[in-house]
Design a protein around this ligand. Structure first.
Ligand code: MN
Ligand code: MG
Length: 624
């Protein structure tokens, strides 16, 4: 029996108990579902990109929360929601730097085995980044099932790549409880991981598969738990966004008792306010108890279900959903640290490998409002690589452009920025600039398509009303910085007073306006080229060149090593089109932007204040 908090509840429940016993039922029980998501091989409270401890992440801390809950709750289930084997440099180290040996499994899988996970699912990053045998090593080493209901075999679509679902048997107060657990992954993974997946598997759309399989799981089990490696949006059902982030529509399928969400690296309950039928306080979506526990082990998702067996059938009476965030005070568990130890140290040694020097500090502080050193160095390196690759052959006559986004530019919080000091550079610095394990890809597009590409980027901005008085925030908080591609090799302006889709003006190549009859090569990454971020020309066209195994980060490392010393001073080839606002145009960024602004004499930026989230709020002079 679980503990009662106060006497009146206890009396009420005793009455309910007596009544239900007379009806042939047993007492209500509590089942606690604990969920991690998007762990990305963050075993330790450590940020390898910054090469310093981060006390608010790491499975060694999440595991402490898991142990606490287990000590309080008799009946628990521990699930993981995918994206666990890849992402941190420790994961890269196991794949590439000092690869896993035959029969060896990932450190995170060893830690999950130790922790006693009941089940996990396939996230997009289990499959898209590396050849499939990297995931298969995890699947072979895991002592828990890894399920997925929408990954099928390419040569026989009626066969699943891994079990679509599992039925777990739990004994609760002497009674058997069957918990059916099914998982889903965004179908776009197929495009993001085309090189690794095509011809091997097919990833079907989530909703049709969910509608087909969830009733089947429900028939075989007492409770249904969905591992939705998918975010939450109420965008139209058939939109790219909702097909990727399908949780809102999954929740509307009958028979689901609890849903674990992820992929967005967001938090629920708490986040996703103001969506119809989403209760961000209670943690329900169309009444289904649902949780999303951040990323990198930053939180543990907890769903308490009060369940009762009546006339041979288990029913959920009530639910309570919360996320327990990891803090500085949360202990890092020795058991996980022991498993991570050697690989953790080897990863730090790797991160500290020197590769060259930069004359200029590289930060993303201003990357969403003006040309910046962080996108500059990526574009310079990509163009350097492409000029060599395309110096002869079929495409050698085409001008080369390059696209890059500031991946860490303050969307999450004030600590989420690229910060590389001038002076010596290490491999860790390059991962701070280019955080993803993307592979290079090259598109061939005409001038009109290049503008379409930039129009999608320009959704980074809110539409500013030049006649409005007071403050207007320039940056769209819903827009992900990793989709803010800026393109090098052309010049253009962004008119933020115009509605989206009409913002790119004065776009020129060598002084000539960009038109449909100009052709370009544009260097990007496989995520973008595969349609990631929903950039129209990339959704519609395939890359013309995408060599397997060549990563954008590797190209940047090669570039710095080849040059010895780099100086990624922005070229300011793009800018916000000047206008005269009646009020003030503001943007949010790192709280210490002024130090950087003063060091490099950057005009037109003044700090107004620091906001409640610790972000600096700045006045941007848009008049010239
Ligand atoms: Mn993820
Ligand atoms: Mg994901």
């Amino acid at each position: 029996m679980f503990k009662r908090r106060n006497i009146s509840i206890s009396l009420t429940l005793t009455l309910v108990l007596l009544l239900t016993i007379s009806l042939g039922a047993i007492a209500a029980e509590k089942l606690t579902i604990m969920a991690t998501t998007d762990m990305h091989q963050y075993l330790m409270p450590y940020d390898y990109m910054a090469n310093e401890p981060n006390e608010e992440v790491g499975f060694s801390k999440t595991y402490t929360k898991i142990k606490e809950i287990r000590s309080e709750s008799e009946n628990t289930l521990l699930v993981d929601n995918g994206d666990f084997i890849q992402g941190s440099l420790l994961g890269l180290h196991e794949y590439q730097i000092d690869p896993l040996e035959e029969g060896e499994t990932q450190s995170i899988v060893k830690a999950y085995n130790m922790a006693g996970f009941d089940v996990s699912t396939i996230g997009n990053h289990e499959l898209q980044d590396y050849p499939m045998d990297f995931f298969e090593k995890a699947n072979a080493g895991a002592k828990f099932p890894i399920v997925s209901g929408n990954v099928v075999m390419a040569d026989n679509e009626s066969e699943y790549y891994v079990d679509p679902y599992v039925i777990l048997d739990k004994e609760i107060n002497g009674e058997n409880l069957k918990i059916g657990v099914i998982g889903f992954v965004p179908p776009q993974t197929m495009r993001w991981g085309k090189d690794n997946l095509e011809g091997n598997v097919v990833i079907k759309d989530i909703l049709p598969k969910a509608k087909e399989l969830i009733p089947e799981v429900a028939k075989k089990s007492d409770l249904v738990v969905v591992l939705s490696h998918s975010g939450l949006t109420s965008a139209p059902k058939d939109s790219y966004d909702a097909r990727e982030n399908a949780s809102y529509y999954i929740a509307q399928i009958d028979g689901i008792d609890a849903m674990i969400m992820g992929h967005h690296h967001g938090e629920f309950p708490g986040g996703y306010k103001d969506i119809e039928n989403v209760d961000s306080e209670k943690g329900t979506i169309f009444g289904v108890p649902s949780v999303m526990a951040g990323s990198w082990g930053s939180a543990l998702g907890v769903i308490d279900l009060e369940i009762e067996k009546q006339n041979g059938e288990w029913n959920v009476i009530s639910s309570n959903v919360r996320i327990e965030k990891i803090t500085k005070e949360t202990q890092s568990s020795a058991e996980v640290e022991a498993i991570a130890k050697d690989r953790h140290q080897a990863t730090i040694d790797y991160v500290e490998t020197p590769i060259g020097e930069t004359e200029r500090e590289i930060t993303s502080y201003l990357a969403r409002v003006q040309d910046s050193s962080v996108t500059q160095i990526v574009n310079k390196a990509q163009m350097w690589w492409a000029e060599d690759v395309f110096s002869s052959g079929e495409y050698s006559d085409l001008p080369i452009l390059s696209a890059a986004a500031p991946f860490q530019a303050g969307r999450e919080d004030a600590s989420y920025f690229t910060e590389v000091d001038s002076g010596d550079m290490t491999i860790g610095d390059v991962t701070d600039i280019y955080i993803y394990d993307n592979e290079i890809a090259v598109m061939q597009l005409n001038g009109a398509q290049v503008i379409q590409w930039l129009e999608r980027s320009a959704e980074n901005y809110n539409q500013i009303d030049p006649d409005a008085s007071g403050e207007q925030e320039l940056l769209n908080p819903e827009f992900s910085a990793y989709n803010y591609d800026v393109i090098e090799g052309i010049e253009y302006q962004v008119d933020v007073t115009k509605p989206k889709g009409e913002r790119i003006v004065n776009a020129t190549y060598n002084g000539d306006p960009l038109t449909e009859d100009m052709e370009f090569l544009i260097v990007t990454n496989g995520y973008r080229a595969g349609g990631g971020g929903n950039f129209k020309p990339c959704v519609e066209e395939d890359p013309v060149y995408a060599p397997s195994g060549v990563t954008n980060r590797g190209i940047i490392i090669d570039y710095i090593q080849a040059k010895g010393t780099v100086n990624p001073t922005p070229t300011y080839n793009w800018s916000i089109k000047p206008f005269e606002p009646a009020g003030t145009v503001t943007f949010r960024s790192h709280p210490e932007v002024m130090e950087y602004v003063n060091e490099y004499d950057i005009p037109g930026i003044e700090k107004l204040r620091t906001d409640e989230n610790g972000m600096g709020v700045y006045d941007l002079d848009v008049t010239n």
